[in-house]
Write a protein that binds this ligand. Structure first.
Ligand code: NAI
Length: 695
């Protein structure tokens, strides 16, 4: 039963029962219609209450039904709402916990609503590139007012019911379970001749069309790449300008139009990809996990400090260990400054700053951290240094403690092998700034125990990170791919592009930052060091020497020294094209004998994105990533890939894998190209031959 029926003091109580969020799947929609019909025929019943139980009203569409034929089978939510609105006996919604999307639309279809003060109220469809398609854009402006409704619909953000108290959306807002009050209200209104319907309310907003015109312009300017927010404005405009049923039809048409846009497909893909990334095929969801009550972080530098803040923010005490007092003091001062800045912006109170600092315990002694449940090492990126740290951890840490490394390039299995407990060792690759960036690559070593992996995945959630599992390889998923992307960016300079042109093209595609600006931010010396190692390890791999010359000849390390691929004014991050770099590029072209040509923006974008895609195919073939959608999650949450394009693999699917391979083959014919670079990976060839996409 997805909608249970019982009668209580002359009131039919219909309880939605489709855990975990009372998603409005086909059976539930049908259940509501049957229950309301039955109540109308039941002489013992004078009124109806719809509840989802004390925890949640309804989270809206059932995502398990997405992309299945059931999704579009009648009764649709719109039909259910018609049944509610036309019910002769009054219908009261008892809104507890959450009423989101279709859940809120359902509630707005009832004649009366009683809500718990803390209940979260939202129409979040816009976040999936859609709009509410069952009257949400029509009823909400009538119930909470035009401006408040538009804000909710365009942002998709949740508002607590208590903030909406006093509007026509709620007849009553109270603390605790709203059901008894809803039953009482139902009893009171039972005899009335007519019951209010949201659709009958007139929207009273002076100069509504002028206001909506302004809203349209603002939305167009703030989200130019997204069609959904503008359509939300259009649908709400129809609520003002059109008759209810005509506007409802428009809303429905907009919904269908949006549902087939690449932007909505990308956002829905990302939504499901993040969920899928939590599934590890050989680690069942019920794998017992280890308890994490106390953490330790070794190294209070750039990463260690940020990592420690993640634990503190989640209320988990952290011990922070350094070798020298000076480094420890510096690390703590940086953390404090970070929190004080957050407090200055009003996001936390000064009291909370102290509370958080209180959860941090600085130390220089390993004995102090022995009782931690997890220790994350973030010391210098040198094997000998990490080796010593892990040998010490092996000696001092309590049995069962998880030993994690934040290494970005070193072999996690080799690190594990210096301990007598490789099963407890795992990689946790945070991204900088670690207290801000969502992505966490969880690196599963050859011997990492399943419960260690399950524990870290669960912990990631608690730390508000998006975790993606990676196997052991140089660079893991994200950085291994970005190396090919950066190499390709360098080749384009040799062939005729400027750093500003390459960055501009990929930034217009939607990346937060192009490769050269990014490299200036991270420090060009980091890439330099990695390349020096690569020349030893992979003499077969061709790198241009331009980036090396940048360091060797001009010491242009990036923003930190005021000059890199661009020039920078002191204290300003604005990238200014550099005459010195331009000359360096011109000279280098002469050295390698290339005649510069104009490279189009489209070529730049394809060469950069398909460099990522081809390397990703190798990563999938080697089993480093579990699924193509995990790679998209890595790029969306860690590398500023535009959300409305869904990640490199989704973009390649949209572009057509056949077309991707054709493009690669044409790039390989470029006389200046390294032909090995554009060899399509076997996985790509196979998918094209089979007419399949990345999944
Ligand atoms: P950092 O140089 O800012 O910090 C390292 C800290 O470790 C310093 O404070 C140093 O005093 C301390 N330290 C060195 N040896 C130690 C020892 N034996 N015991 C205790 N403390 C010791 O370096 P950063 O950038 O924080 O990097 C740390 C690790 O994180 C490296 O493995 C790096 O590859 C990795 N990583 C760095 C990222 C970045 O963007 N900086 C991103 C992801 C990973």
């Amino acid at each position: 039963m997805t909608a249970e029926y019982r009668v209580e003091s002359g009131v039919a109580v219909v309880t939605l029962n489709n855990p975990p969020v009372n998603g409005l799947n086909h059976a539930t929609r049908q259940g509501i219609v049957e229950a309301v019909t039955k109540a109308n025929q039941d002489d013992a019943v004078r009124a109806i209450v719809i509840t989802g139980g004390s925890k949640i009203f309804s989270g809206g569409a059932d995502i398990r039904e997405f992309n299945t034929p059931r999704m579009s089978q009648a009764p649709h939510l719109g039909n259910v709402i018609e049944v509610l609105e036309s019910s002769a006996k009054p219908v009261v919604a008892a809104v507890s916990g959450t009423a989101m999307g279709g859940g809120l639309e359902l509630a707005m279809g009832c004649h009366y609503r009683v809500a718990a003060a803390q209940a979260q109220i939202a129409l979040p469809e816009v976040k999936l590139g859609l709009l509410p398609g069952a009257g949400g854009t029509q009823r909400l402006p009538r119930l909470v007012g035009l401006e408040a409704a538009l804000n909710m619909i365009v942002s998709g953000d949740a508002v607590p019911a208590k903030k909406l108290a006093g509007t026509k959306l709620f007849d009553e807002v109270l603390e605790g379970d709203p059901l008894p009050a809803a039953i009482a209200l139902a009893g009171k209104v039972a005899g009335a001749e007519k019951h209010p319907r949201a659709r009958d309310i007139r929207i009273d907003f002076p100069e509504a069309e002028g206001y909506l015109g302004w809203a349209r312009m603002t939305v167009a300017a703030t989200a130019p790449q997204y069609p959904a927010p503008l359509r939300c404005v259009d649908a709400v405009t129809a609520a003002v300008t059109d008759k209810f049923d005509a506007a409802l039809k428009k809303e429905f048409a907009y919904f269908h139009e949006l549902s087939v846009t690449p932007e909505s497909r990308a956002l829905r893909h990302a939504f499901f990809a993040e969920r899928a990334a939590q599934n590890i095929p050989d680690v069942p969801a019920d794998t017992p996990i280890r308890e994490i009550k106390l953490a330790a972080v070794i190294g209070a530098g750039t990463m260690g400090g940020g990592i420690a803040m993640n634990f503190v923010n989640a209320g988990i005490p952290v011990k922070l260990l350094e070798m020298k007092q000076e480094a420890l003091d510096r690390g703590l001062a940086t953390i404090r400054k970070n929190y004080e800045n957050t407090a200055k912006k009003g996001r936390i109170t000064q009291e909370q700053v102290e509370e958080r600092m209180g959860l941090l315990q600085p130390t220089m002694s390993y004995d102090d951290i022995a009782d931690a449940d997890i220790v994350i090492e973030a010391v210098f990126e040198r094997f000998d240094v990490k080796e010593q740290v892990f040998q010490t951890l092996d000696k001092v840490m309590k049995q069962g403690a998880i030993l994690a490394t934040n290494t970005s390039t070193l072999d996690v299995d080799r690190i594990a092998a210096v301990t007598a407990r490789p099963q407890d060792v795992i990689g946790t690759h945070f991204f900088s700034p670690a207290n801000v960036m969502k992505l966490l690559e969880v690196v599963r070593g050859e011997k990492t125990a399943k419960d260690v992996l399950a524990t870290v995945m669960k912990l990631a959630k608690k730390l508000k990170k998006t975790a993606v599992v990676s196997g052991v390889c140089d660079g893991f998923i994200g950085n291994r791919m970005v190396e090919q992307y950066t190499r390709q960016a360098g080749f384009m300079l040799e062939e005729g592009a400027t750093p500003a042109q390459v960055d501009g093209a990929i930034e217009r595609f939607g990346f937060a930052m192009g490769p050269f600006r990014m490299s200036d931010l991270a420090g060009n010396d980091i890439g330099y060091d990695i390349r020096q190692r690569r020349y030893q390890e992979r003499p077969d791999m061709h790198y241009g020497k331009l980036a090396d010359y940048l360091i060797e000849k001009f010491d242009r390390k990036g923003q930190k020294v005021g000059k890199g691929w661009y020039d920078y004014k002191p204290g300003d991050r604005k990238a200014i094209p550099s005459a010195e770099v331009e000359q360096l590029i011109v000279d280098y072209r002469k050295e390698v004998g290339t005649t510069p040509r104009k490279i189009s923006d489209a070529e730049i974008v394809q060469r950069l994105v398909f460099s990522l895609v081809n390397e990703a195919c190798h990563i999938l073939e080697e089993g480093i990533a579990l699924r193509a959608s995990d790679i998209d999650v890595v790029y969306l949450t860690g590398y500023g890939f535009p959300a409305y394009r869904g990640g490199p693999m989704q973009y390649a699917n949209e572009f057509g894998l056949y077309n991707v391979m054709q493009a690669m083959e044409s790039f390989a014919r470029n006389p200046h190209a390294d032909p090995a670079f554009w060899q399509p990976a076997p996985l790509l060839r196979r998918l094209v031959a089979e007419g399949k996409n990345f999944e």
